[in-house]
Design a protein around this ligand. Sequence first.
Ligand code: AMP
Length: 463
Amino acid sequence: MTTFNDFGLHADINRALAAKDYTQPTPIQMQAIPPLMKGRDLCGIAQTGTGKTAGFSLPSIHHLITYPHKTNPRSCRMLVLAPTRELAAQIAQSCRDYGRFTKLRVSTVFGGVPVGKQIRDLAQGVEILVATPGRLLDLIDQRALRLDDVEIFVLDEADQMMDMGFIHSLRRIAKLLPSRRQNLFFSATMPKEIAHLAEQFLEDPVTVSVTPQATTAEKIRQFSTFVEQKEKQALLHHVIKTSDIDRALIFTRTKHGADRVVRHLKGAGIEAFAIHGNKSQAQRTTALQAFRSGQVRLLVATDIAARGIDVSGVSHVINFEIPNVPEQYVHRIGRTARAGAEGIAISFVAPDERTYMRDIERVTRTKSEPMALPEGFNELVRNLPKPAAPPRDTGSKGRNPQRQRDEALAGRGEGGRGGNQPRGDRGPRRDGAAADGQPQRKRRFRPRNKSVGAHKGAVKRVG
Ligand code: AMP
């Protein structure tokens, strides 16, 4: 049986692993650590939750302490790119934990927080920098950071980076890296375009894989219920009240939808938090901590916000809305059944989502068990409590124009400069409702003529 001692990692790292009570490497660690210790490039197909962060950070930390040298100002020796600020913060924390008996400095760089502290942190140079692409490029443009000294480059959650429209940022970053470096590339799925991206970054890589492409974990029992969209909230309340839930992640497609679900739950006296790109960093951190600590059992999330978040003990994943990309479904339900535990995934399928569900079942080669609507469901729908009123200031970015302007200037982490996020998770809404569901001010231009748009003259009548 392989143990961490077999890898020949530096004694300071083994001490940190012992302190964390890690006894046995996970499969991805067993496959990845030996070639990485030899300096090979690596292409890893693995989701968060498999232990991949230790898989790439332990041999990297080993390299950084075995070959020490002074870091230059405004530079780093190892650069890790992650798609979201949560994931970046989580990776940085893991690196700090694994390097706690070393003198390595670990910094993070992501949007949504003031840039000044990040500039100061980088002034002397750091060994490990974990960043989201948008803010990283902002700092490079401001000459607060250069990448010529990068010895190890890690691109994490590459498929999510592509989904979020970071491809141009990645290409720009790649050009700024020195040609001699070790490259690590991780993605939960490896469709053609991701494999192509990997080729551009990697040289003669070792490929390791711990999740078969787009298949779902066997330990997850999957159910689906056909239900009208407008009746989903009542079904959700029923499921929450009648299931044995330790912790549940509830997925919606949009930020607006996530807020609405939370307000309805609150209206029924059920405590829940929402986490999505329109929430301030402080709100996201509070929500995650409350969910992690078990203080709140329900977290309503959009795909991007939840991606990569490692919370153990998620017993249920509820797909309040069905994703239109099958891989997204795999990521969602992969949040449960961690570390050998069993998990339950329940999908609420509206009539116009049936084709999505069929695609998912085809790609994952699984069939979810049908779950009938509960008895007396119409009654439940009729008696659905009114949603709670939206809070006056949720700190939600969509409702604070000044903060939006500040953050646009500062460059945001999630979605950052890309501005090309998938539908439903793009910046502040411009249509009739604010991000938390509160109606915005009425349009000033009222259509004078019902059939032609608001701006008379802008629309030409034809025929
Ligand atoms: P990751 O996929 O890197 O986000 O890791 C998922 C979780 O597994 C994290 O909470 C890690 O602390 C934990 N973990 C990673 N490697 C091991 C290990 N060898 N033994 C026990 N737990 C681990």
